[in-house]
Design a protein around this ligand. Structure first.
Ligand code: AHR
Length: 354
């Protein structure tokens, strides 16, 4: 039984005893009983959520998904903490959650490493930890109860396989590629960069430079501006999320180049937010590999399993699609599995809610 639930039951029982004594003394009234009923039935589950920050449109959609799932009406009290992309803020938030004796800690970690000590403290306090979105790299995997998120390496491999197939279909021989990476050390960066690096090594592509754009539009723009000053004839820009791609596109246009597959530079992106898909439809982004942010209901399903004394899957990957401007490449095969590529139409746009 949940610790806080036990506390609430005890509080409810004490209130009921007090109400009974007052009634027996002739001093009771209906409102006292209502209070006792409310206390006894307010089986609220307290969730402390440490969010990375608000660096991207994807993150905003992710925060919204958590906030709209863990509502009072659904029986939760959500303590939401925005860490502003800093691990030290996430560590203090977790320590605060432990002090507040929450029922569950949910962590969307900024980077993979550096969690052993604080998750050890949560374990010591008997609070289950659910990891969401990016992964943690800990020595002892009993430090967290379950993880749900994206297969970031698969995302990178799918994007690289598309680039390879696209180059071959268009008979493009000369590649001058730059990579605007995500936050260094975040699973989303590690996996997407690895997918590209492996393809660069396997195909002998010309990768001019890799630099972090920290998953933000401002940094994506700044990095692209500096790359444009440094290199001539860049023709492929592999951005690791939509906001970096938006910034890079602004920089490319400001420098007087045209963006698009049959123009000066092709831009690749990840996330497939509504704004990201709009740019796929217009042709400014050639391929957008989806990363699904709607984790609120998934985390809630894990909590419900735990409440019912069931064992959730230790690691669960979400299914994700690929969206392209045209049907030059209809599908890609990665590790023996075929993944279809969807062309962005008005119907696809209409279905995208975030
Ligand atoms: O971890 C998911 C990544 O983080 C998303 O691709 C990005 O937009 C976000 O900031």
């Amino acid at each position: 039984m949940r610790k806080n639930f036990m506390k609430k039951v005890v509080a409810g029982m004490l209130t009921a005893v007090m109400a009974f004594s007052l009634t027996a003394c002739g001093g009771g009234d209906a409102s006292t009983n209502d209070t006792a009923k409310e206390e006894g039935s307010s089986d609220v589950i307290t969730v402390g959520f440490s969010q990375v920050g608000a660096e991207s449109d994807w993150r905003t959609a992710n925060s919204e998904s958590m906030k709209s799932t863990f509502t009072k009406d659904n029986g939760y009290e959500l303590i939401f903490d925005d860490a502003q992309q800093k691990q030290e803020n996430q560590i203090s938030a977790i320590r605060n959650f432990i002090q507040q004796d929450v029922d569950y800690i949910v962590l969307a970690p900024v980077t993979e490493t550096g969690w052993d000590a604080v998750l050890g403290e949560a374990k010591q306090a008997g609070i289950p930890v659910i990891i969401v979105d990016r992964m943690v790299d800990v020595k002892d995997d009993s430090l967290y109860t379950a993880w749900v998120g994206s297969n970031f390496e698969l995302e990178g491999k799918k994007a690289a396989a598309y680039l390879d197939a696209y180059m071959k279909a268009k008979n493009m021989k000369d590649m001058k590629l730059v990579n605007i990476q995500g936050t260094i050390g975040a699973s989303a960066q590690i996996g997407r960069t690895k997918g590209l690096d492996d393809a660069v090594a396997a195909n002998g592509w010309n990768l001019l430079e890799q630099q972090t754009g920290e998953f933000t539009q401002a940094k994506g723009q700044e990095v692209m501006e500096s790359m444009l000053k440094q290199y001539d004839n860049i023709n492929v820009v592999y951005c690791e999320n939509d906001n970096e791609a938006f910034g890079a596109i602004d920089a490319i246009k400001a420098a007087g180049y045209e963006v698009g597959a049959d123009k000066d530079m092709m831009v690749f992106s990840f996330d497939s937010t509504k704004e990201g898909l709009k740019k796929v439809q217009s042709g400014e982004i050639t391929l957008n590999t989806e990363c699904n942010p709607l984790h609120g209901p998934r985390v809630e399903a894990i909590i419900k399993q735990l409440e019912n004394k069931e064992t959730p899957e230790k690691k669960a990957y979400v299914d994700e699609e690929m969206f392209a401007h045209d049907d030059t490449v209809k599908s890609v095969t990665v590790d023996g599995k075929e993944y279809p590529v969807t062309v962005v139409t008005d119907e696809v746009m209409g279905a995208r809610k975030y």
